[in-house]
Ligand binder design. Structure first.
Ligand code: IMP
Length: 180
């Protein structure tokens, strides 16, 4: 039995998106990516930590030639003219003229993704697309193009399926929403 309420660290969360719905949306996105990229030798680029579960489910559905390389944003930050600057770590692959598909767990303000896309463009890929499992459109303050979206959700904090609360809860197989 899937619990309706779980405790993660010091907060309670209510069941929000079950495994069947997650599977359905991942399968749909995988089909769209296969349609668009099966002949383009794409590199999939999950953003750690949160996207590992989405990426793993998605990647094993592909039956065409493709590669994967994981990216992380450095936890340190410095201050530049635009405010907080985070560096990408883990780009160890030649991206020039390649099709890159960034995989995100969730897009909230869009600031993280904007940073990633800006830095990736310096590697001169042929094309960069973005697939995110969740999107909170009401919170998104940056102009970022999301090419593939699993589900749009309201502005409520969620955990599970790779997403954390204080680094806990990533292992939950369903997605849970915080109880106010
Ligand atoms: P951004 O605001 O779009 O830059 O999102 C930054 C990061 O915040 C995401 O990659 C997630 O790791 C995290 N995040 C945003 N919303 C949630 C949430 O509801 N649960 C867990 N993590 C979240």
């Amino acid at each position: 039995m899937v619990p309706q309420i779980v405790r993660v660290d010091d907060r309670q969360f209510r069941l929000y998106i079950g495994q069947a719905k997650i599977e359905q949306e991942v399968t749909r996105i995988a089909g769209e990516l296969e349609r668009d990229f099966s002949a383009k030798d794409p590199i999939f680029m999950p953003i750690l930590n949160g996207a590992f579960m989405f990426a793993s489910d998605l990647f094993r559905k592909f039956d065409f030639p493709c590669q994967i390389t994981f990216l992380k944003l450095a936890s340190y930050s410095g201050t530049g003219s635009t405010g907080t600057v985070k560096q990408l770590i883990g780009i160890n692959r030649e991206l020039k003229d390649r099709v890159v598909v960034v995989l995100e767990d969730i897009v909230d303000t869009g600031i993280t993704l904007e940073t990633i896309l800006r830095q990736l463009s310096g590697f001169q890929p042929a094309e960069v697309r973005v697939a995110t499992f969740l999107h909170k459109p009401d919170c998104t303050i940056r102009e970022v193009r999301l090419d593939y979206v699993g589900m749009e959700i309201p502005n409520d904090f969620v955990v599970g399926y790779g997403l954390d609360y204080n680094e806990y809860g990533r292992n939950l197989r369903e997605i849970y929403q915080v109880v106010e």
